[in-house]
Design a binder for this molecule. Structure first.
Ligand SMILES: [Zn+2]
Length: 64
């Protein structure tokens, strides 16, 4: 389900084109945002705030 990609794509989170990142269910997330997501996973309060946009992906990640 998680794929490495080298295709230049617009990140779902920061909306910037980045050279590398991961695809989750077809949604591209750059390396930087992936790290933030992993860190934020530890701090659920932050997640409830600014990662609201990623809720659906989060549900997938948390149950993966
Ligand atoms: Zn990003």
């Amino acid at each position: 389900m998680l794929e490495e990609t080298t295709t230049k794509s617009a990140c779902l989170v920061c909306e910037e084109e980045k050279p590398s990142g991961i695809l989750i269910l077809g949604c591209f997330i750059c390396d930087d945002c992936e790290k933030k997501i992993i860190e934020t996973r530890v701090h659920e309060k932050e997640y409830c705030g600014h990662l609201h946009k990623l809720k659906k992906i989060w549900e997938f990640v948390l149950t993966y």
